[in-house]
Design a protein around this ligand. Structure first.
Ligand code: MG
Ligand code: MG
Length: 275
């Protein structure tokens, strides 16, 4: 029997600081996404993101993480996650995921979005939409989940239910607990598994982050030791939010409205911690 790492359960007050970190992050991602246009370098997006963190007095949890050299990950086309911002300039039709985090008074947030630059390919629009919807189904499932495994089951069931060409759910990378560190126990699988995972209870804060691909699930890490690409060169999308569970319900910490605009359609009304 392996010893499971201990889960850090948060108080309402701690969740509200995490929400502050989530709101700074939301603004920084908004600005980075707005700046993502044809001809713009991914390094510029990192500068834009860092500018917002500086203005807000927040710090980056990505910069220096195991030596990571930037404050966001920019993953383009067949890059799935952990792409490093640099001189690459965005091209018409690129599908780009931007993953970032912010720390406020020691509490972390983590969120990612996918954008399509210039003229989108319909299959890429579908990939990003299904990935985002899968994330919201996973978040909605958390509201009534008995165990963390229910999240992956909901994501998996949703993705399988989508008509048209099948999309794959990456298994090499998963969501995680979040709090005084960016990556904490427990793992949050994005697929149905016989592992049920720990029980869901008040104080649990999770980053839910499905990654979907148009082709096979196999990935490799490039020579920069960070960028994860699909082995078959097919395109990928990632969406992520940080979410809190408390006595009154759930709240998406990295969304201004706590997720209300998307969760309503899934039968969930988010409640602000302590509200
Ligand atoms: Mg992330
Ligand atoms: Mg994450």
């Amino acid at each position: 029997m392996f010893r499971q790492p201990k889960i850090e359960y948060k108080t309402i007050e701690q969740m509200l600081v995490m929400r502050e970190a989530g709101l700074v992050l939301t603004r920084a991602l908004d600005e980075a996404v707005s700046a993502a246009e044809v001809g713009v370098s991914t390094a510029h997006l990192n500068d834009v993101f860092e500018g917002v963190l500086r203005e807000e007095g927040a710090t980056s949890n990505f910069l220096g993480y195991h030596g990571f050299p930037a404050s966001i990950c920019t993953s383009v086309n067949d890059e799935v996650v952990h792409g490093i911002p640099g001189p690459y300039t965005l091209q018409d039709g690129d599908i780009l995921s931007i993953d970032g985090g912010a720390v406020v008074r020691g509490w972390h947030s983590d969120s990612a979005r996918t954008v399509i630059v210039g003229t989108p390919r319909p299959e890429d629009v579908r990939l990003s939409q299904v990935t985002e919807d899968a994330m919201w189904h996973g978040i909605a499932a958390l509201a009534t989940a008995r165990s963390v495994g229910d999240i992956g089951a909901a994501i998996d069931d949703y993705v399988s239910s989508v008509p048209g060409p099948a999309l794959g759910i990456l298994e090499d990378y998963v969501g995680h607990g979040i709090g005084t560190q960016m990556h904490q126990a427990p793992d949050v699988l994005n697929y149905r598994s016989t592992v049920r995972g720990p029980k869901v209870r008040a104080g649990l804060c999770l980053a839910i982050e499905p990654m979907l691909v148009q082709g096979g699930l196999e990935t490799i890490v490039q020579d920069d030791e960070w960028t994860v690409v699909t082995t078959d060169g097919k395109r990928a999308s990632q969406w992520e939010h940080s979410v809190a569970v408390h006595e009154g319900g759930i709240w998406v910490l990295s969304a201004v409205d706590g997720g209300a605009s998307r969760l309503g359609a899934l039968g969930v009304t988010p409640v602000l911690p302590g509200g």
